[in-house]
Design a binder for this molecule. Sequence first.
Ligand code: MN
Length: 248
Amino acid sequence: MDSRRDFLKKTAALTLGAITANSVLNEVFASNTFSVLDGGKYSLPALPYAYDALEPHIDKLTMEIHHGKHHKAYVDNMNKALETVDGNILGSPQSFDNIFDKIAKLPVALRNNAGGHYNHMVFWQMMAAPKTNAPNAPKGKLAEAIKTTFGSFEEFQKQFTDTAMKRFGSGWAWLVKTKDGKLVITSTPNQDNPLMNLDSIEVKGKPVLALDVWEHAYYLKNQNKRADYITSWWNVVNWECCEGLFVG
Ligand code: MN
């Protein structure tokens, strides 16, 4: 099957909701063609849940604006930025893997907006409606690796929260699985991410958990209180998804 047909098949499956959150994310990480539409245009995928699904921890209006306006703008501006790129530099396909690998040679507008599109796609998948049987914590191999690496889940949460709090201005906090299989907490500015082939990315690897700490992610509900937003967010982390990424 050629790649375009393969892509259209995946898109159809997504539209029908036939692919689970885990497999969607694995597609995002693994595929060279995921989310590229016909003609090379990227599109805004629907959220994997309703806008109010994360209530009361993350409010409906924030999710509507964050997904429908902010994320959409990254997609639109990514498509515009792609039009300005010399085909000889980027080559084909225009996949995230390819774009992030060559990012140092590409326009800043593409770095910002391809990063923005990708980071939000994974961020949405890494959250889920809160469970009634709290506390919300990882299980299985990821839980074991977190305990081995950080001593306990509570200590991991403390260190991750601390990293997210210390990100000056806009950016992201990440739990990354490095090439040698280690779990490392890190942070990136703006819409950079651990997949970008840049000297400024301190920890490179596969994102297992992502947290958006741009003010647009929390200002409507929490105003200037980033700590309150992070406390709320821990209740809606989709640990099944993170586990799938860690072992996948
Ligand atoms: Mn955001």
